[in-house]
Write a new protein. Sequence first.
Length: 89
Amino acid sequence: MIIKSSTSLRNNYGAISRLAHEKQEPIYVTKNGEGDLVVMSIDAFERREEIHRLRAKLETAEASRLAGEKTYTLEESRRRLEDIYERGV
């Protein structure tokens, strides 16, 4: 975990930016000794968001499975996709 003060962010923005890009992890910024903000590179943020989206999809799929909704084997899925591709749908 990387922790920096708000003064450090204000006075050394370039160094904090480089650190965020190098480490690819959140930097916790404190104000008056208390947690205040989290700073991260856009790349790290976008990767994190994609992971959250994927987890949400997996949770939805698992909930459907647990509710007894129809599931497909890998072979059934492959055949269904081939049929869709052949029909041009």
